[in-house]
Design a binder for this molecule. Structure first.
Ligand code: SF4
Length: 419
């Protein structure tokens, strides 16, 4: 590859690294001579296709030139950073070359806003269309829709890519306007709506004609930045919950704010990175509870408890706030309640329901199924356990036993269970 093109690739892959919709590009690690390979914070990331396969994607921007001046973005107009732009032909060439060499399974394409949202989208569509129709490229393509793009262009994009996404960035509209004056939520919700309509239309067309084109078959996703503005976890999770009600919304990604523009007084001056990462992780766990554990956002956070607890996962936090719901008898409780027992995952809950049809479940049976008894012991009723559930032990004791085990002496009546 020519040096000039390689240099552009470096600049534009580096500029794309803050987008977490593909989640594995955040680590840089050098080989010290004793190992194999290097990890780079930019370049190739991973994503999941419609059928659940994990694929490696070339993650780049079409250009990092941008008309807009979003306070939290490294590519904002007023930043003095090196700028570059691919021509559609160059990006097609790079993608094909990497694909043929087996470096990647597809392309994750985003962009700064060059001239206008529609002008930028047109250039991105030229890349995807050329890959698909001129070169017969069958790899995965995820394209970021530019906020404010027109319906016609969103529709054209959906016909040549697997996934489309539009970033919400900042959860509360007033904060978005303050930090990114050229954007508003409407400019994001509109393309989201166009994508949804395109997917529905395609489903209906395909019912009539099997050969009708598919529209963004891997659905749509979005991303929110956590900690750049005054939003709390309640704001974020309620918004995510309403986004998941939209058909075709596959994933909401949470990106802990990284202070790249520390000179901007509108942004938080201090951010403890460790806490931001913990918060991001807790939000993903809460998101998981909403999608797979039948929790609503209001159960996880409410006006009295607007932030997730950082020192424990949200499912344990909920159980400790609701001792009246426990202990649960795994031999008789319904599936929804079994899912709520800390230490029981979706797979274990399904296995419990299936296994108890053939006889009573014992502690060793639960262990074989994969239940984490160290956690679950306080929340299940079982006559093999000493009588020491959250009801007798108190939520405070259980909290300390599970979050700071070294500081808690086991009560004398608790037997050793060997786990
Ligand atoms: S529009 Fe996108 S690339 Fe441009 S400044 Fe805002 S966040 Fe950055």
């Amino acid at each position: 590859m020519k040096d000039k093109l390689l240099h552009k690739l470096k600049v534009l892959a580096e500029s794309a690294k803050y987008d977490v919709s593909c989640s594995s590009s955040g680590v840089a690690r050098k080989n010290n001579g004793s190992g194999l390979g290097n990890a780079s914070a930019w370049g190739v990331c991973h994503s999941f296709t419609e059928d659940g396969r994990c694929v490696s994607l070339l993650k780049v921007l079409m250009t990092n030139v941008c008309l807009y001046d979003c306070a939290y973005c490294v590519n904002r107009r007023s930043n003095d950073v090196e700028r570059a732009a691919f021509t559609p032909e160059e990006l097609v060439e790079i993608t094909l070359e990497f694909y043929r060499r087996n470096y990647i399974d597809g392309l994750f394409l985003s962009s700064g806003v060059l001239k206008s949202p529609d002008h930028t989208m047109e250039r991105m569509i030229r890349v995807a269309r050329s890959l698909r129709t001129v070169h017969g490229f069958q790899g995965y393509i995820h394209m970021k829709t530019i906020p404010g793009a027109s319906r016609a262009l969103v529709y054209q994009a959906g016909l040549v890519v697997d996934r489309l996404s539009v970033n919400l960035e900042i959860p509360l509209e007033q904060d978005l306007k303050r930090l990114a004056p050229e954007k508003d939520h409407q400019s994001v919700y509109k393309p989201m709506h166009f994508i949804q309509q395109g997917m529905q239309q395609s489903l209906e067309d395909r019912k009539k004609f099997r050969s009708a084109p598919r529209f963004a078959p891997a659905g749509q996703s979005t991303q929110m930045i956590v900690g750049a503005a005054g939003d709390n976890d309640r704001d974020i999770l309620h918004l995510s919950s309403s986004l998941y009600q939209r058909s075709g919304m596959k994933r909401v990604y949470y990106s802990g704010y990284i202070p790249v523009n520390t000179y901007d007084a509108r942004l938080p001056t201090t951010t403890v990175r460790e806490n931001t990462l913990k918060r991001e992780n807790r939000l993903y766990q809460a998101d998981w509870l909403m999608r797979f554990y039948q929790f609503s956002a209001t159960e996880i956070v409410d006006s009295g408890q607007p932030y997730l607890e950082l020192d424990m996962d949200p499912k344990l936090a909920w159980a400790l706030r609701h001792p009246e719901q426990f202990p649960v008898d795994v031999n008789t409780a319904d599936y929804a309640m079994i899912l709520r027992i800390p230490g029981v995952g979706v797979k274990s809950a399904k296995m419990i329901v299936a296994a108890r049809r053939h006889g009573r479940l014992t502690l060793s049976g639960l262990k074989k199924i994969g239940v984490v008894l160290k956690r679950a012991q306080y929340f299940i009723a079982n006559n093999e356990l000493p009588h020491f559930t959250i009801q007798e032990a108190t939520p405070e004791y259980v909290r300390r036993a599970l979050t700071e085990p070294a500081s808690v002496r086991p009560p004398s009546q608790q037997l050793s269970l060997g786990f």
